[in-house]
Design a protein around this ligand. Structure first.
Ligand SMILES: [Zn+2]
Length: 58
């Protein structure tokens, strides 16, 4: 399984969550759907895509 980002593609600001911890499903702080990932900065359950969407200028 390849999880590499396409290096030639710049799409907003991508977060490096490779070191993010994973836990039991908990409501994402942004979309409230179950998320396994924990935001490395806040430690709260959040989808990577949701965090990136929040950073994107639009
Ligand atoms: Zn989410």
């Amino acid at each position: 399984m390849s999880d590499d980002q396409n290096p030639g593609r710049v799409h907003g600001r991508l977060l490096d969550w490779r070191h993010a911890s994973v836990g039991d499903p908990a409501p994402c702080v942004r979309c409230r759907r179950p998320a396994l990932m924990r935001n490395p900065d806040t430690g709260r359950p959040e989808h990577k895509v949701c965090a990136e969407a929040a950073l994107a200028p639009n």
